[in-house]
Design a protein around this ligand. Structure first.
Ligand SMILES: O=P(O)(O)OC[C@@]1(O)O[C@H](CO)[C@@H](O)[C@@H]1O
Length: 296
């Protein structure tokens, strides 16, 4: 079973406007939706859509937190969240004619004691893998992630900002940077697949067994002790990129869990990410069930 930890969840508000964003005028929204989000929560949503057992944990507070919990429960996603005093944040994506705009709040204050309470929730569920994903809210630093990684017999997967990746010192089964995060974590400039592979190799080092780097239109690479695999992106109409990295990660983890090797797992990840970018918002009705050969 795969547990996810989201220390800074959100309700994601996605709005579509037909024209470009312009100052000093009222912009009429054509279409709006709310999704329970935050990177770990999205990974649990995508795992559920693939039929892989998961529990979503982390911290939730206030009316936004209650909405996240209700939506996950009604979608049949197992949850084990710790209540906090502050109000869970709302993040906004605007899909405008010219571009995609993303506004993420800092989030409420969370304490190391809240992280200890999350550890207790995880221990009662005994996951084989724990995914810690997303930004850290005010009050926490990299110690929180090291603590989660060392607190149980599980393997830990991490998807956090590049500067934070440099500060971690526990051991992790996998990390999932995007291009910006890979550049920040290694200080290397990434200009294409080859330079991404070099940077991912350098990042692997002692702390990360595997590095899964999402490269947007160039697809993704997975670097491990077994070697390097690259999977190009699948051609599709891109509607909304929010959650694409989470879907990639969920696909790789679900397929790995089903016994797939790195190449097949990466293929499954890219199939999931393609479904995510082809859909508005971050909720997918269903995804191909991963098998030992990736996806059927
Ligand atoms: O501010 P963070 O924690 O880095 O990212 C949060 C977030 O943008 O990531 C998810 C998509 O990956 C969204 O559901 C959510 O709003």
């Amino acid at each position: 079973m795969i547990g996810t930890v989201t220390l800074n969840p959100a309700v994601d508000q996605t709005m579509r406007v037909d024209g470009p964003l312009a100052p000093d005028e009222v912009i009429r929204v054509e279409d709006a939706r709310f999704d329970p989000g935050g990177k770990g929560i999205n990974v649990s949503k995508y795992l559920t859509a693939m039929g892989t057992e998961t529990v979503a944990t982390g911290v939730l507070g206030g009316f936004v937190g209650r909405h996240v919990a209700e939506r996950l429960e009604s979608a049949g996603i197992a949850t084990a969240f710790v209540d906090i005093e502050g109000v869970t944040r709302m993040n906004t994506t605007v899909l405008a004619a010219d571009d995609e705009y993303k506004l993420n709040q800092a989030g409420p204050q969370v304490s190391p004691a809240d992280v200890d309470a999350v550890v207790e929730k995880l221990r009662t569920r005994s996951p084989g893998t724990v995914v810690v994903a997303g930004s850290l809210p005010p009050g926490l630093d990299s110690d929180a992630i090291d603590r989660l990684a060392r607190a149980g017999p599980w393997e830990t997967v991490v998807d956090v900002d590049g500067p934070l990746l440099r500060e971690l010192d526990a051991e992790f089964e996998l990390c999932k940077p995007n291009v910006t995060e890979l550049e920040a974590a290694t200080g290397r400039e990434i200009t294409g697949v080859e330079s991404a592979i070099e940077a991912a190799r350098e990042l692997r080092g002692d702390r990360f067994d595997r590095v899964l780097a999402s490269l947007g239109p160039e697809g993704a690479v997975l670097v491990s002790a077994d070697g390097v695999v690259h999977e190009p992106a699948i051609d599709c109409e891109v509607v909304d990129t929010v959650g694409a990295g989470d879907a990639l990660l969920a696909g790789v983890l679900a397929a790995t869990d089903a016994g797939a090797d790195d190449a097949d797992a990466l293929h499954a990840g890219v199939v999931s990410a393609t479904a995510a970018v082809s859909t508005q918002g971050t909720t997918l009705p269903s995804l191909p069930e991963p098998t030992a050969s990736g996806v059927d």
